[in-house]
Design a protein around this ligand. Sequence first.
Ligand SMILES: Nc1ncnc2c1ncn2[C@@H]1O[C@H](COP(=O)(O)OP(=O)(O)OP(=O)(O)O)[C@@H](O)[C@H]1O
Ligand SMILES: [Mg+2]
Length: 600
Amino acid sequence: MAIRQLPPNLINRIAAGEVVERPASVVKELIENAIDAGASRIDVAATGGGLSLIRVSDDGCGMEAPDLELAVERHATSKLNDDTLSSILTLGFRGEALPSIGAVGRLSIQSRAGGAPTAYEIAVDGGRKGPLKPASLATGTRVEVRDLFYATPARLKFMKSERAETAAIGDVVKRLALAKPEIAFTLTSGDRTTLRLEACAPGLLDHGLDRLGRILGEDFVGDALPVRLARGGVAVEGFAGLPTLHRPTSLQQYLVVNGRPVRDKLLAGSVRAAYGDLVPNGRHPMLALFLILPPDEVDVNVHPAKTELRFRDAQGVRAIVVSALREALGAAQHRATASLSQDALARMAQPSSGFAPQRGMGNAPYRPGSAYGRRFGFAEAAQAPLAPVSTPSAAPTEANPEHGAAIDYPLGAARAQVRDTFIIAETEDSLVIVDQHAAHERLVYERLKKAFANGGLSRQLLLIPEVVELDAEAADRLTAAAHDLERLGLVVEAFGPAAIVVREVPALLGQGDIQGLVRDLADELADGEGSLVIAERLDHVLATMACHGSVRAGRRLNATEMNALLRDMEETPFSGQCNHGRPTYVELKLTDIEKLFQRR
Ligand SMILES: Nc1ncnc2c1ncn2[C@@H]1O[C@H](COP(=O)(O)OP(=O)(O)OP(=O)(O)O)[C@@H](O)[C@H]1O
Ligand SMILES: [Mg+2]
């Protein structure tokens, strides 16, 4: 077949295939244009998932008549003032979005430039450009797209449900709105306004919390740790959710580079590395992170949709993002998500749980001898030991004044142990419930990591070596990795064809569950080449060790042990969640408990 030069209309449709993947891509391009035009408010409307109608109105600089005619032509842009692509400061620069949209749908643009006496209108319908006409509009631009993809039925077949397309549009609006808190946004779907965001003063860290809450939810704001780090011309700022606040997808991760929302593998990987073992496998933390770096350090001309980037110094960017997040997370110490305790309280408040407070009985004082107790005469009843509770010492406050003082600590003074599993502690204004196994596991794990980083784990000789029966392959894997395991404090030797003998264990583990540990390690090693696995999955291996070396649920602790655990938690980074990402404790505010009993 002879080669032919393609007609412009076909070229535009081909280009549109990359730029306009779905209705949400149109919304993205149009909002970006409005932002580039300096708008202070942007109103978005979509019906039929954006396939029937998309309308984006802005109060930006608008276009003069000749510019409006050019805007819908391919490769026509006002945004590149020299012929290099090295310092792009606008969201658009390809001069491609409007002609692409016009090639696959019915596009009409009304616009009035600042100071111009009239507005003009132009339409492009399936690639056919109409004449310029006068219109009526205040300064700004209004773009409407109807019947998207009517000109490319093949693409139309790939659309998801109306609901899914509407959701994707919502996501796009939110991402851009978060990147530009100083612009007011509304989103109307069908005849419902689903999002209305007032303009915030610029500077997300200082003023953007309101918008952050509207977009990521108030849960997030309550549990967001400020991130701020600048190094060598690169700044990272924003908010990182506590690791206990995780989601099944990474949709709640908002990454913005020089004002551009992006989905970037390097950044996503950096986030994963920073949260590492703090979040359970397959779950994703929530965050809003802004990267600011010199424009010539990033190449945005990588993908037609401009959501991917290339960094000149990828490793440097990764390092600073990881440090910034680690620093923020480390500062959280033992904090666990506040939304958990809200959930717990909400659950307790539901009468169907069989926990409905009954008037009279339900009024038992929360603190023996407190004003409530005395007033209602319940003090004695409350102090009488309840069957499933093992009281650390009959009345810790009197028996041991030190424990009374512990109430000032963040996790308070241990008051009781329930079911040999949970520690109940009291602070000035709350009740803290600790999962002792989860908490101890995290403490042991953090200690193991620290000891390993400081030159290896010290070992403890077992008086009676422990023989662990395994299958032959598992035994082989362990003996092959013996050298590496020794650096982790575990000395194992082959023992016949299908067993190994453990001679020394990491001193930090104490009298843990050696059998369980060895079996789990053998499983860990099954995933790859012995020593490689250990080096790459050190965190996992240490976590496995910690799990087996920790105070199991079901062990009775005395008051001193419980308080020691609480103090350790306060001092240990990341102790708000166990190695599996579960919380180690919940805190119930007394004011909330009072509400539960309808005292407030
Ligand atoms: N809402 C708007 N207000 C003012 N001018 C606009 C608006 N939308 C588009 N324009 C003008 O039309 C031109 C073409 O827009 P188009 O989106 O096609 O390309 P672009 O934004 O320059 O680059 P890209 O293809 O990367 O988006 C822009 O460069 C801009 O000058
Ligand atoms: Mg554009």
